[in-house]
Design a protein around this ligand. Structure first.
Ligand code: 0X9
Ligand code: ZN
Length: 709
């Protein structure tokens, strides 16, 4: 492992960090604040019911994707975070008590690993995490070593701190036009602290480049597709996290501390656990470096826009914080970990990916994150959620195929193949936009079991797979994704003949729905007809998933069974159970809880199964809001309705029950077409409309292009 030079600049950063910790540090004052400093920690919060999860989400804490049916892991950055959790009445276990110290341990493990192995089994042989400079150097080197198949390129917009963001394009004869070959986009590090997400993407790029010509399967696929890898989307955030991560580690290793160990334990790990980008003020490009200098009380954690809530897909909906905090949210607003930004695509980093995806036929996309060992597919919100059009969002129209491909990838890395919303709702994520705007399949990978940036050997294991998954891993999963990229059973094919050298352009303009309104969007990609005069263009379907017909169930009329039960005073912290017998199966069972005071009660609904109670729904709104639970497909039997006094002085409460039938409805849906133009020297020679469905091959008659030319 390489140690960074501890230069004057680093000492200045340390002084800044200290300044943030105690405004006027004197020698003794600093020692005192260091001794009492709050160590950021990872805790496992008990969430035995859905109501607990709702309440936890409303606290605006830094929830991780690592969660199960009865727990969620949460990073506590500040004493205020801890206080909010305690005040919320949550019980929790501390999993990593001090993330700064854990950083030291990880550094030591990495150092030992690097000393032990000359070369790791990774395609690059690397034995420690790349810095941003390493990524840039490696991409440049990969191009130098493999000029026929690797092209490095700069994304359209620089980062807020003025950095150029690079990616690599890989494929046979990459310097020639792609001539109708589809693209697989592989992304890393939307979230600054999620280092393995960049490593896995970069290693796959190295793997493809070095396997071409040696591995038959890879060589064949690189003849038919292009792979675009952007290993670090959030370059500013990553650089802060990566350098502070290392720096904190060194500070705590006393012998490497530039200030002699006297200041070795700080209250925050600097930016090591930063998540968002470097936007300090909405819409304002502050001077480069402002982000690093702006250490807030929680180590810079609050600064920035969450890039994975800033995309246009359902932007502004559930699971993303707005600029103004909701009532009752402790940290929501611009400081929230899921701050969505002031508008869809307000950030240069998301605009870059939008440009990339709309300018090619991206038939497959994976955005890598850490952690949780998950493969997540669209949509990001529960299908029963009422969407922007007032109707349930429903499943993605390609749900069956998305699930099947997820399973094929999961067979390689052993991850759980689930819907994005199964852990918590999100809107404005990468794949919710890319899938709904283009029809190209999109997934989030949550790499690794339990840490944002674990010891490096874990990266090696995740990439290549271990145990049952040895020889598979993320490498195997990405290869399945690449196979899907070229599998025309899932895409459209346009083919025909046109004069060699003609530019064919496929364009579609549309309004992409956000949660509140819609914005102008488009896709626009071109090919140049090859010398043979024959073209074959693999494309996404012309109709977007988001406008396809979708089926949902709607409650019809009055309840055929209704009950209202009065409950008496229930002491704080305790609960009262009420029972009802549902005489026959109901399409929907609705249960409500109200009480006369503006404080907090919760509702959990159970079905009696023998002598066990199975939870079938729960509701935990903020104080002053009534609770309601909807149980779909409720079978006849006994239901227990539990009213819990969370923090209420109410002398009584009322539980209502209603059973309803539903009718299945289908939205109208739309059929969309592309506009295809033939162009020469920028002049449009011919224009036609093209409809193409998944799996459809369209023979196009472009003789008109010839005549006009
Ligand atoms: O919250 C996120 O952005 C992702 N998890 S992370 O811990 N890496 O931050 C998950 C995004 C996709 N997940 C869902 N759609 N639920
Ligand atoms: Zn993430």
């Amino acid at each position: 492992m390489r140690l960074p030079a501890l230069a004057a600049a680093t000492t200045a950063t340390l002084a800044l960090a200290l300044g943030a910790l105690s405004p006027a540090p004197s020698a003794t004052g600093t020692a005192a604040s260091a001794a009492t400093a709050f160590a950021p920690r990872l805790v496992t919060v008990d969430t035995p019911t859905g109501a607990h999860k709702d309440k936890l989400t409303a606290l605006g804490l830094d929830l991780t994707e690592h969660a199960g049916h009865d727990y969620v892991e949460v990073v506590l950055h500040t004493p205020a975070d801890l206080a909010a959790l305690v005040a919320g009445g949550f019980s929790f276990d501390v999993r990593i008590p001090d993330l700064v110290r854990r950083g030291v341990e990880v550094a030591e493990i990495n150092e030992a690993y690097a000393a032990r192995v000359a070369r790791s089994p990774l395609p690059s042989g690397r034995d420690t995490y790349r810095t941003l400079a390493d990524y840039e150097a490696d991409m440049a080197q990969l191009e130098r070593d493999h000029r026929r198949i690797v092209k490095r390129f700069a994304l359209k917009r620089p980062s807020l701190d003025g950095r150029t963001i690079y990616g690599v394009e890989i494929g046979e004869d990459v310097r020639r036009p792609a001539s109708g070959r589809p693209t697989f986009v592989l992304l890393g590090v939307h979230h600054a602290r999620e280092w393995p997400s960049g490593e896995n993407a970069m290693e796959f790029a190295v793997d493809l480049a070095t396997s071409y010509g040696k591995d038959r399967r890879i060589t064949r696929m690189l003849k038919q597709a292009r792979v675009v890898v952007v290993p670090v989307v959030n370059v500013d955030g990553f650089d802060l996290s990566r350098t502070d991560g290392e720096y904190v580690d060194l500070r705590a290793l006393n012998d490497a501390d530039p200030l002699d160990g006297s200041l070795s334990i700080l209250g925050t790990p600097g930016h090591a656990y930063k998540r968002k980008n470097c936007r300090v003020l909405d819409g304002v490009d502050t001077p480069d470096g402002t982000c690093r200098a702006s250490l807030t009380s929680n180590g810079g954690f609050g600064i920035g826009v969450d890039l994975n809530r800033n995309y246009g897909g359902f932007w502004g909906g559930p699971g993303a914080a707005a600029t103004t905090p909701d009532v009752g949210n402790v940290e929501a607003g611009v400081l929230d970990p899921t701050y969505r930004g002031p508008a869809a695509f307000s950030e240069p980093e998301t605009q870059n990916i939008q440009d990339l995806v709309r300018g090619r036929q991206v038939t497959m996309l994976i955005s890598n994150h850490t952690f949780g060992n998950l493969i997540l597919r669209p949509n990001g919100v529960n299908p029963s959620t009422l969407g922007p059009d007032g109707k349930p969002v429903g499943d993605a129209p390609d749900e069956k195929a998305l699930k099947r491909l997820g399973a094929a990838m999961a067979a390689n890395n052993g991850y759980a193949n689930i819907h994005g919303w199964q852990l918590y709702d999100t809107t404005g994520t990468t794949e919710d936009w890319s899938y709904n705007a283009t029809g190209g399949f999109g997934y989030t990978f949550e790499i690794g079991p339990d840490e944002f940036h674990p010891p490096f050997p874990d990266v090696v294991d995740q990439y290549g797979g271990t145990g049952k998954y040895a020889g598979g891993g993320n490498r195997g999963a990405y290869l399945v994704a690449l196979q899907h990229t070229i599998d025309t059973a899932h895409h459209g094919v346009l083919r025909g003949s046109a004069p060699a050298g003609t530019v064919l352009r496929l364009r579609k303009e549309f309004r992409s729905p956000t949660w509140e309104s819609a914005y102008d969007d488009f896709v626009d990609s071109t090919i140049t007809v090859p010398r043979s005069g024959r073209f074959r263009w693999v494309v996404n379907p012309s109709t977007r998933p988001v406008v396809q017909p979708r089926t949902y169930d709607q409650v019809s009329g009055e309840p055929w069974f209704a009950r209202s039960i009065e409950g008496s005073f229930t002491a704080p912290g305790s609960s009262t159970d009420h029972e009802v017998r549902l005489p026959r199966d109901a399409d929907v069972l609705r249960v409500g809880l109200t009480w006369p005071t503006p404080d907090d009660m919760d509702l959990t609904v159970y079905r009696r199964e023998g002598d066990r109670l199975m939870e079938v729904g729960s509701s935990g709104n903020l104080p002053g809001t009534a609770e309601s639970v909807e149980v779909p497909d409720a079978r006849a039997g006994t239901y227990v309705l539990r009213a819990t006094n969370y923090a209420s002085v109410a002398p009584s409460h009322e539980v209502t029950v209603g059973a309803f039938d539903t009718v299945t409805r289908t939205t109208a849906g739309k059929r969309e077409v592309y506009t295809l133009t033939c162009e020469r020297g920028g002049k449009v020679l011919h224009r036609t409309r093209v409809f193409v469905a998944r799996g459809q091959v369209r023979d196009l008659d472009l003789r008109a292009c010839r005549r006009a030319g």
